[in-house]
Design a protein around this ligand. Structure first.
Ligand SMILES: Nc1nc(=O)c2c([nH]1)NC[C@@H]1CN(c3ccc(C(=O)N[C@@H](CCC(=O)O)C(=O)O)cc3)C=[N+]21
Length: 288
């Protein structure tokens, strides 16, 4: 057996087509803001990609690019400016921030009703309490990817590896809602027998950031496997860097479905950022 590919790129394209129609029906175009601090090339590439996505669906872009030397006060001023900017529907502070900045304090200053990442403490609290709010993009993208490929979630045994704030931790909250109704096992570095938990799972989500952590012997035949991890590996002979996921290539020989890295969960994460902005804009226009 070889796994059916859960094509995140094609699915994200379909979602963006739907979002473009919803944007066109709004009284005014929504705006996504980004705050980028420093000159990490990876972060620059991600932010550029987000603005390209916005242009594709008709969302306006508002960019704050600050130098690596920016002070806490300067970053906080950019956050306050976006909180007050009526053209900004939602925004993100690109992570990680340069060392020396108080990341937690900056993130807490974001207006929760403009939180495009869905990672503000208030919105994570709303998720726990089942109050409508922007959802964390990575786990929401995983749910959408599975739904659109008719992979059953209701009653499924889901094993996730990784308890990070952007993926593993909120994933447990989303998959255990009544609307998803899955049983979640959240594994991490303290898990004694990882394979015992992955082998019984119908859906395995690997968000540990550990290259090729999940191998074929750890997967139940026919299970859905989603690769969230990204590790940069520099080839010793060529000196070239490449991105490696958390799922070993031979997993494709036993899994029923596979969301690969690249081309799986990453593009869905980006599409969910746009979806959060459009949701916020619609909520704003109906409450106006
Ligand atoms: N405030 C904030 N929000 C984020 O959502 C956020 C962040 N900071 N900091 C960095 C991480 C990383 N992240 C990715 C999103 C999409 C791909 C993606 O689309 N990857 C492509 C290709 C890989 C690539 O081109 O790098 C793929 O998987 O096919 C990757 C990584 C969002 N992040």
């Amino acid at each position: 057996m070889t796994a059916t590919i859960l094509d995140g790129k094609a699915t994200a394209t379909a979602i963006k087509d739907e979002l473009r129609a919803r944007v066109a029906a709004l009284p005014a175009p929504p705006g996504l803001g980004t705050i980028l601090v420093g000159d990490d090339p990876g972060s620059h590439a991600y932010v550029a990609g987000k603005h390209r996505d916005c242009a594709e669906v008709g969302i306006a872009s508002i960019r704050y690019d600050l130098p690596a030397t920016a002070t806490q006060q300067e970053v906080e001023a950019a956050v306050r400016a976006l909180n007050e900017d009526p053209a900004c529907t939602g925004y993100i502070v690109q992570l990680p921030l340069p060392a020396g900045l108080d990341e937690q304090r900056i993130l807490e200053l974001i207006d929760p009703d403009k939180d495009a990442d869905g990672l503000h403490p208030t919105n994570l609290g709303r998720l726990v309490l089942n109050i409508p709010a922007p959802l964390p993009c990575t786990p929401n993208g995983i749910v959408q990817l599975l739904r659109r490929h008719n992979v059953p979630i209701n009653g499924a045994e889901v094993t996730a590896i990784g308890r990070g704030t952007t993926a593993g931790r909120p994933l447990g909250l989303i998959f255990t809602r009544k609307s998803e109704n899955a049983t979640v096992t959240l594994c991490h570095t303290g898990t004694r027998d990882l394979a015992a938990h992955t082998r019984t799972a119908d859906i395995v989500i690997v968000a540990a950031g550990s290259a090729a952590l999940l191998t074929r012997d750890m997967v139940k035949p026919g299970a859905a496997v989603l690769d969230v991890g990204v590790t940069r590996i520099v080839d010793e002979t060529t000196g070239k860097a490449r991105l490696v996921g958390d799922v070993a290539p031979d997993v494709a020989e036993v899994a029923g479905y596979l969301a690969p890295m690249p081309g799986g969960v990453g593009p869905m994460t980006r599409a969910m950022l746009l979806a959060n902005v459009v949701d916020l804009a619609e909520r704003r226009s109906t409450n106006a």
